[in-house]
Design a protein around this ligand. Structure first.
Ligand code: S3P
Length: 167
C-alpha cells in the first residue's frame, strides 16, 4: 500500500496526537516524529523554557522551521504537530501542500480533563487561571477550529477509519 509520504496530525493540546500518532505510525510502518520533541532537540531547550525565556513568538519561529525541516526528510513520516502549529505562519497551507493532514477532533470535555491534569508541563494552560481553564480552552478551540477544519480528513482517533481514508 502506498500511503502519502508525509502525514500530519493536527488538533488541540490534549487531543492525543502523540499517543495516537505513535500507534498510527506503527500500523502504517513508518517513522513517527513529534514536532515539539524536534523543536527541543533543535533549540536545546524544553518547550516550557522556550516560552519562558524566549517567548511565544520565538517558539512559533522554531516550530515553523522544525516543521519545514521534517517535511524535507526523504523518508515517509507521520508527524504529530503541536496544537498551535497549524494556526501560525501559513503552516496549515504548507502541510496541505506537502502531504496529508488529519484533524484529531477529540471532544473538548476530554481535552479539558487531560490538560487540567498535566497543566504544569503545558505553558499555554499554565498561564490560564485554574478557574478559567474550561472557558479559556473553549475559546482557544473556537479560534483554532477554522485552521483544523482545513485538514483533509477529520476523525475522533478511529484507526480503521483513518487507514481506510489513507488507502
Ligand atoms: C501548544 C501546544 C503544545 C506545544 C506548545 C504550544 C499550543 O503541543 O506545541 O506548548 O499552542 O497549543 P501539544 O499540542 O502537543 O500539547
Amino acid at each position: 500500500m502506498t500511503y502519502p509520504k508525509k502525514i500530519f496530525l493536527v488538533g488541540m493540546p490534549g487531543s492525543g496526537k502523540s499517543t495516537f500518532g505513535k500507534l498510527l505510525a506503527d500500523q502504517l510502518g513508518r517513522q513517527f516524529f513529534d514536532l515539539d520533541e524536534q523543536i527541543e532537540k533543535m533549540s536545546g531547550m524544553s518547550i516550557p523554557d522556550i516560552f519562558e525565556d524566549a517567548g511565544e513568538d520565538q517558539f512559533r519561529m522554531f516550530e515553523t522551521y522544525a516543521l519545514s525541516m521534517i517535511t524535507q526528510l526523504n523518508e515517509p513520516a507521520l508527524i504529530a504537530t503541536g496544537g498551535g502549529a497549524p494556526c501560525f505562519n501559513g503552516n496549515m497551507d504548507f502541510m496541505n501542500q506537502s502531504g496529508c493532514t488529519i484533524f484529531l477532533d477529540t471532544p473538548l470535555k476530554t481535552i479539558i480533563e487531560r490538560v487540567t491534569k498535566d497543566r504544569e508541563t503545558r505553558p499555554l494552560v499554565k498561564k490560564m487561571a485554574k478557574s478559567d481553564v474550561t472557558a479559556d480552552m473553549t475559546s482557544l478551540y473556537e479560534r483554532r477550529l477554522k485552521f483544523y477544519q482545513q485538514a483533509a480528513f477529520t476523525s475522533d482517533s478511529n484507526m480503521k477509519e483513518i487507514i481506510s481514508y489513507l488507502e
